[in-house]
Ligand binder design. Sequence first.
Ligand code: FE2
Ligand code: FE2
Length: 437
Amino acid sequence: MKIDRRAFLKTSALAAMTAHAGKAVAMLPSEQAAWDKWESTAIPRPEGILASSPMLQCPAPDSMGVAFSVTALSAGFAEVADNPEMKGSRRIEAEGVPIMPTDERVHLIRMTGLRPGTRYWYRVGAASLAHPIGYWTKQSEIVWSAVHSFTTPGESAPSHFAMMSDTHAEYGQMARMTAKYRGLGAPFVVWNGDVARSKMNDRNDLVRNFIELPENDGYASDAAIVFNSGNHDYRGDYAWKLDEVIMPRPSSERAGRFEHLMRNFAFRAGEIALIGLDTGEDKPDRHPSFGGLARFGRYRELQAEWLKDQFNRPEIAKAPYIVAFVHIPIFDSDPNANPGNVLEDYAEWQADCAALWGPTLAENGVQLVMAGHTHKYRFDPATAERPWAQLVGGGRGEKTHQTVVDCRVDGGKLVADVWNTDSDTLIASHRFDPRAC
Ligand SMILES: [Fe+2]
Ligand SMILES: [Fe+2]
């Protein structure tokens, strides 16, 4: 049948406008049949499609990321409101992309347009997808999670966070840690590396390590994760696909020439500025284990430039307290400690990073560096030559214990309380004066 194109266009436009009425007009019979089939196809409500509670991540003064896992191909949604009843909630739309992302395993959504230092309530949801006709797609009803809450960071936010590291997929032990920081009411947690048991081989490893943690469901539904990579998080054939479960930091935290430094963070939580630096692997790039693929040397140099640039941001330069984060320590008082730039064994500290970053930290009055990696709690007080102190958190091991550090401003000081989460005892408390700025 020959179609009158002008009439077809006119009636098709009319059809689009009247689609909500359920019947298109003046279509070809075959097209009408397709519309009818699309309309009459029932997509069952996908009970059980949400495989995890939401995992908050990448907190920023004007945005908050959230991830959750699903059991089927679906579109992911988030809604945010300023009240627990979710009155007047705002559905987050995928800004700047032409079509909503879909996935069969994980959804990552950045809730944008938020105010700093503000408490919000939110929920996530997923709609399964079917294709009743060819590529034509239809959504199910959205299945929603429970409502949870978060507080955005920023200069007006609470001066409070927690730090943990070296969890190595020991989920029972980790349950004590997550219970601890939730009990302390920390709005967010710096997860300072070595999330992987040893390496990450496939997507399920990533999802299980970051989102579907056994014995820890909801571990980051009300306290956001700030992730900093450890050496083990670079191992395995799937490790470089971390962006499938952890979104990049907001681009406002780096100038254009640092666009690839998507994991480095620098933001304020009340009176504290937090700066995240990635020490990378614990062996030199030329070590055979990397098969010629490692580029950590240049990566660390680029971070040195980024670090200097952060102090051009007034909210960082004027912070009363600055805490920097590294996975591998950047100081060790033992002259025999492995400095990470020799082929033997592995780094106990990272001498190259210390040389690249240490002077900038000193010049800018950074009071504290928090590290992990050695699995043994340690505190290195500041000295005249190295005016920043270093706190190394504890990790799994037969003779060590897993720690959570509770860091906050109290009584005009920065306080870092170190908790042994195996025995739930406070094992150390450190105090720091404000910077002279
Ligand atoms: Fe570790
Ligand atoms: Fe490590």
